[in-house]
Structures are given as C-alpha cells and as structure tokens.
Design a protein around this ligand. Structure first.
Ligand SMILES: [Ca+2]
Length: 347
C-alpha cells in the first residue's frame, strides 16, 4: 500500500486550512477565529551543523499539557525539485518561488502518541481504524512481516514498543481533522495541518540542497530516522535489503520525537520517523504551480481522492526523503508510518 502512493498535485478547501483563517480575518462576522491567549515566548539555543542558532518558542496549553511551537520566519523559497534533478518525479516540477508574508508557528515535533491520547480521552474519540473494524498496520515480529493490516493494530498498538513520546501513527486524514478541531477549541489557538508548501518550507529550514542536510542521503545521519541498517536486521527479506540507507540510526521503527538533531529552523523529525499528512488535495499526476505564488492556500483542484503527504518515514529510503518529494495517500488510509504535524499562523 505504501508504494501505491500515487503522487499528484492538489490544493485547498480544507475546513481548517490557512484559507479559512485568512477568510476569517477578512470577514470576522461570519466565523471569527478563536482568540488565542497571549502565549509567552521563550528563546532557546540549538545547533545547526556546528553553528549556534536561536529559536523562538511558544508553549500552547493543549489537553492539560503543553505543545511547543517554533517560530518559522516569513520568507521565500524555491519549492519543488530542480530540472537538473533527473531522479525527481515530474510532479515535483517546475521549481517555483513561494513567498510567505507572515511567520508560521510550527510544532517542534510531530504530534505524539501522548498528545493524541489526551485528545482521544477528552473528545471521547475513536479513530477510523478503531471504528470500522479494519484496523491499521503493524509489525509482526520478531523477524516477521513489517506491513500487516489487522483490527488489532491502531494508534495504540503497532507491534513494537511505543512510549508517549513516539509520534502517533495509524491515523486517517479525518482523524487529524478531528484532532485539530478539538485543539482549536481546547487551546483557543487556530491549530491546523500545514499546507504542503508550508511543510516543504519548514522542512528545508532555509537550505536548498536535495535533502535538508545536503545533497547525499547519507547526510541525514544523525538528523533523521530512516530505513537503515537496524531496520534491515529486523524486517523480513525483500524489504530493507537493497532498500535501506547505509547507516545505522539505531531505530528499526518509529522513534521518540526529538531523538535526532533539528533542521535549520530548529524543527525535529521533519524528514523521516513519520510521514505527515498535509492539508492539500493531490489527485493524479500534476505539476506544481507555474510562476511565483504568495501565501498559497492548500490545493483544492482534482478529484479529491488523495491527500498530500510529506516528509518520508522510518520505512522508506533515499529519494523519498528529498525535500521536494511529494506523495499522497487516500484520506482513509491509516498506516504505521504516517502521522501529522500541526501549526498556526502568526496573528
Ligand atoms: Ca531507522
């Protein structure tokens, strides 16, 4: 199922997308955005390739705990893969300039199992995998099949040990939407999924290389949880063998968020660990927009069959970690390698 990822374009019309909040500001009489409490900002140091940098953090109270958001500066970047990249898919081109006119607060990590548990408990929410009886995907070890669908697999159980700090998986797009709606209400902050343009901008962290760490996949060592040597030892034959990246990141499956070093903007796990659902629709094989765009809304074109995903995960390797790589799943897909990250726009 993973490999069926048909990659395509897509854009907009998500109930809680950037477009809606943009609209809300222009027409507050219709549905005003929630008034977020003034969150305290703190500055902390992190290291990017040996250089000391500072990131501004807002801690938003959510489900009785705090979720950290990092201020991603406004700015422009070249979205997509360059023509010189012959391995890139056609739908990653043409490269075009995207400009964001406001900073974006992006969660420092993907949503964790603990954060999702707080939501499920508070909202009395059962995920699609729990409700429809089909379940999600899991690993049947000790050296078994890595990709098995079974009703017993849900966000709670995946066949390997998960702590509260592991990223939540086995969630559908609708599950992420339910989480965001709850989060908006609970935190009074317009929390939502990232658009794919926002995701790529945040993931690149100001870099223009193929991967956010460099032009070679090995540059991700220490920065990302990928299909690596440790995965090869754990998985059944036929997967991981010729597929894995040639370093050992110590994690055959998902890993606790923040285990690896952050990117240039100070965000962790933007590549690898879990693939992230994005707000856009992405149907068929389409190219990226031609020409420059500013503050693009999530794509709403196409047949609305598939939602965009970004970032690559613990079960994938090489090209799928390229910052310009675009993928999509059916919104009802629930997989043990896909979770989500949230953000909110600068008020
Ligand atoms: Ca790994």
């Amino acid at each position: 199922m993973v490999r069926k990822s048909i990659f395509a374009v897509a854009l907009l019309a998500v109930a809680f997308g950037a477009g809606l909040f943009g609209l809300s500001r222009k027409a507050p009489a219709i549905e005003p955005s929630p008034k977020a409490p003034v969150a305290e900002e703190t500055v902390e140091e992190y290291e990017w390739k040996g250089e000391k940098r500072k990131r501004t953090i807002r801690k938003v109270k959510l489900g009785g705990e705090e979720m950290e958001f990092v201020k991603v500066p406004k700015g422009s970047f070249l979205m997509g893969s360059p023509d010189s990249d012959k391995e890139a898919w056609a739908w990653e081109k043409p490269q075009h300039k995207v400009t964001f006119t406001k900073p974006l607060w992006v969660a420092k990590y993907p949503v964790t199992k603990g954060q999702f548990a707080a939501f499920a408990k508070s909202a009395k929410y059962d995920t699609d995998a729990e409700r429809d009886g089909k379940g999600g995907y899991g690993f049947e070890g000790p050296r078994g099949k890595w990709n098995v669908q079974n009703p017993k697999y849900t966000w709670k159980e995946v066949g390997w040990e998960q702590s509260e700090r592991h990223p939540v998986v086995n969630v559908t797009w609708a599950d992420t939407e339910a989480f965001c709606k709850w989060a908006v209400k609970d935190s009074k902050t317009p929390i939502r999924l990232l658009t794919e343009a926002e995701y790529e901008y945040a993931n690149r962290g100001g870099e223009t290389t193929l991967y956010f760490t460099g032009d070679k996949v090995e540059s991700l060592e220490g920065y990302a949880n990928v299909a690596d040597e440790s995965a090869k030892k754990k998985w059944d034959k036929g997967y991981g063998g010729s597929y894995g990246v040639k370093f050992d990141d110590g994690e055959p499956f998902t890993s606790k968020v923040g285990k690896y070093k952050p990117n240039g903007f100070g965000l962790h796990d933007t590549t690898g660990n879990v693939t992230s659902w994005c707000a856009d629709w992405m149907d068929g094989v389409k190219s990226l927009p031609r020409g420059d765009v500013t503050d693009p809304a999530p794509n709403s074109e196409g047949e609305h069959k598939r939602r965009c995903v970004r970032g690559g995960n613990w079960s994938e390797s090489a090209r799928l970690f390229a910052s310009g790589c675009r993928g999509s799943w059916y919104p009802e897909n629930r997989m043990h390698h896909t979770g989500f990250r949230v953000c909110f726009s600068q008020e």
